[in-house]
Design a protein around this ligand. Structure first.
Ligand SMILES: [Zn+2]
Length: 162
């Protein structure tokens, strides 16, 4: 199929065809997932960090690789290490800015086509501990300008200090 025609398909349909929706989205400037200016917190040559558009909790974030890898097992060690370092820093920042009790880390990367990413899911004090937090119902993302700017500022300061 011609590449531009793929843009009319859903992420699931693309995945089933063996086309990476994330790479296609980046190549065509948000044509698959839409405008991410209110989601994207940080980006450099290696990684991209965003609030999730359909979060399981306020402050739910993801970190993905810029280059395409299916999962951690395919990515170079320096990149895995960097993603873990940023995940640690986001855990600290999300707790501070969103006031959650803990931040859970998960990465699944299943299916015929997947773009390596890890997810950071907050657990608040009114929620029970445990693995159910990984599958909390998804909801619509609410942009909070103050929190967004705070998280952005803190992670940029961390990135600069490295
Ligand atoms: Zn990809």
């Amino acid at each position: 199929m011609e590449e531009k025609k793929l843009l009319s398909l859903s992420p699931k349909e693309l995945t089933d065809l063996g086309v990476c929706p994330t790479c296609l989205n980046r190549k065509y400037n948000g044509a698959v997932f839409g405008d991410d200016t209110k989601l994207k917190i940080f980006e450099d040559k290696d990684i991209e960090c965003l609030f999730v558009a359909n979060p399981r909790a306020d402050g739910h974030m993801m970190i993905s690789s810029q280059k395409h890898y299916h999962d951690m097992s395919e990515a170079p060690d320096f990149l895995n290490e960097k993603i873990i370092r940023f995940a640690k820093q986001f855990m600290i920042i999300i707790k501070q800015v969103f006031g959650c009790e803990r931040v859970y880390l998960c990465t699944m990367s299943d299916g015929p086509m997947n773009h390596y990413h890890v997810q950071l899911i907050p657990r608040y004090n009114f929620e029970e501990r445990g693995s159910k937090n990984f599958v909390k119902p998804r909801k619509a993302y609410v942009y909070d300008e103050k929190k967004f700017k705070k998280v952005k500022k803190l992670i940029e300061a961390y990135a600069k200090s490295r």
